[in-house]
Ligand binder design. Structure first.
Ligand code: AP5
Ligand code: ZN
Length: 217
C-alpha cells in the first residue's frame, strides 16, 4: 500500500496513520514528527524549524523532500509501502514525490483527504496531548490516557505541542487552505483522490479508510 493522508491540523492524520501502518505492514512517515525530533535534539535544522512551526508556516520544500527521500531509500519498514502524514503539503512537494516514485518504478494507490470543518478543530487541537518519544496522540476529553498525563505504553509524561494554541492554529489553517488546497486538486486531476468524513468517531473514520485500502497492495 502506498497512500497519503491529507487534512488540516487536528483532522486525525496522526490518529489514523498508525492503524494503517499496523494493518498493512507499511511505514508511517510523519514529517511533523520528524521535525519535532530535530527540535527536541536542538539540531540546527530543529532550531530553525521550531520558529517556522510556532508561526504556523512551512519548512522549505527541499528540506522536506530530502527527509522523505532518505526514509524511502533507507527505512526497511517502507519496503511494503508507506502512509505519508503531513507530506506533500505543497504542489512542488507533490511533484517531487512523483519524480521519486517514478524513478523507483512505484505508483501511489490512493490519496485520502480527511474532510472536516475548521471550527471543529479548535477543541481537538487545544485538548491534544502527545507522547514525544513515539508520537502517540491522546485527547484530554475525546481520547484520554488511562492514567492522568502519562503515556499508556511507556508511562512517560505527555506534553502539549508548542504550536497547539488558538493563535498558531489560525495560521496553520490559513497555510493549509492556501498551500495544501492545490495539492488536493493535483491528486483529483490524477484520479487518486478519496474523501472521508473526519468529523465522525475515530473508529468510523478507520472503517471508511479500510474500505478504501482493502484490495490495494
Ligand atoms: P504536523 O505535525 O503535520 O501538523 P498538522 O498538519 O498541523 O497536523 P496535526 O498533527 O496538528 O493534526 P493531525 O491531523 O495529525 O491530528 P491528530 O490525529 O493528532 O506539522 C507541524 C508543522 O511542521 C507544520 O505546521 C509545518 O510548520 C511543519 N511541517 C510538517 N510537514 C511539513 C511539510 N511537508 N512541509 C513543510 N512544513 C512541514 O488529532 C488531533 C486531536 O484530535 C488529538 O488529540 C486526537 O486524539 C483527536 N482526534 C483525532 N481524531 C478524532 C475524532 N475522529 N474524533 C475526536 N477526536 C479526534
Ligand atoms: Zn499529526
Amino acid at each position: 500500500l502506498r497512500t497519503i493522508l491529507i487534512g488540516p491540523p487536528g483532522a486525525g492524520k496522526g490518529t489514523q496513520a498508525p492503524k494503517i501502518r499496523d494493518e498493512f505492514c507499511v511505514c508511517h512517515l510523519a514529517t511533523g514528527d520528524m521535525l519535532r525530533e530535530q527540535v527536541q535534539k536542538k539540531t540546527p535544522l530543529g532550531i530553525e524549524a521550531k520558529k517556522i512551526m510556532d508561526a504556523g508556516g512551512l519548512v522549505s520544500d527541499d528540506i522536506m523532500v530530502n527527509m522523505i527521500k532518505d526514509q524511502l531509500e533507507n527505512n526497511t519498514e517502507c519496503k511494503n509501502g508507506f502512509v505519508l502524514d503531513g507530506f506533500p503539503r505543497t504542489v512542488p512537494q507533490a511533484q517531487k514525490l512523483d519524480g521519486m516514485l517514478d524513478r523507483r518504478g512505484e505508483k501511489l494507490n490512493s490519496v485520502v483527504q480527511l474532510l472536516i470543518d475548521d471550527n471543529l478543530l479548535i477543541s481537538r487541537i487545544t485538548g491534544r496531548l502527545i507522547h514525544p518519544g513515539s508520537g502517540r496522540t491522546y485527547h484530554k476529553t475525546f481520547n484520554p490516557p488511562k492514567k492522568n498525563m502519562v503515556d499508556d505504553v511507556t508511562g512517560e509524561p505527555l506534553i502539549q505541542r508548542s504550536d497547539d494554541n488558538v493563535e498558531t492554529l489560525r495560521k496553520r489553517l490559513a497555510t493549509y487552505h492556501a498551500q495544501t488546497g492545490p495539492v488536493v486538486d493535483y491528486y483529483k486531476n490524477k484520479g487518486l483522490w478519496h474523501g472521508v468524513d473526519a468529523a465522525q468517531s475515530p473508529s468510523l473514520v478507520w472503517d471508511n479508510l479500510r474500505s478504501i485500502f482493502v484490495g490495494k497492495d
